[in-house]
Design a protein around this ligand. Structure first.
Ligand SMILES: *[C@@H]1O[C@H](CO)[C@@H](O)[C@H](O)[C@H]1NC(C)=O
Length: 156
């Protein structure tokens, strides 16, 4: 009887442990990417187009380009305010985690030459260790039309 109780406790504990592990992996796999809107670069001779400096080319609204050699991508966007403005929606890997001796860059998963977001660094931690990310400072003024829900900023 007593032995049965011990076995039950051990089984329960390992089930909880397995669930925790699964949860941790799911969190680790979630690519952390960040988006922000900035005024687009526009060339005098190409109004209505975004200038992609990393490509040295103009890009139509709605089109996306890669930010190689940086890990990220940008999309040319026309704002909905009047008069409309050209904006660049920048997506990148966000800030690096705070240094943690128990976590290392996962060389197998990180492919610096892959297109975004595949090029974002992936980290591997020892059991129990968890990476912490710096607080993201509130970024540059976001154009009004995309900031109605400022109070519902998702919590990290
Ligand atoms: C990294 O990504 C590039 C571009 O997608 C691909 O050609 C290459 O095979 C990848 N390397 C590895 C190790 O996965």
């Amino acid at each position: 009887m007593k032995r049965f109780a011990v076995v039950a406790v051990v089984l329960f504990a390992s089930a909880v442990f397995a669930a925790e592990e699964a949860k941790k992996e799911a969190e680790d796999d979630k690519a952390k990417t960040y988006r922000r809107l900035i005024p687009a670069d526009v060339l005098r001779d190409f109004p209505g187009m975004c200038f992609a400096s990393t490509k040295c080319a103009t890009v139509e609204p709605g089109k996306t380009w890669d930010l190689t050699p940086f890990c990220g991508r940008s999309t040319c966007v026309v704002s909905e305010d009047k008069p409309p403005r050209l904006l660049e929606l920048v997506e990148d890997c966000g800030p690096l985690p705070l240094a943690n001796p128990k976590c290392k860059l996962d060389e197998e998963k990180t492919n610096k030459t892959a297109p975004f977001p595949g090029c974002c660094p992936q980290f591997k931690c020892e059991d129990g260790a968890k990476l912490e990310y710096p607080e993201i400072p509130t970024v540059a003024p976001v154009p009004e039309e995309s900031a109605p829900a400022a109070s519902s900023t998702p919590k990290a």
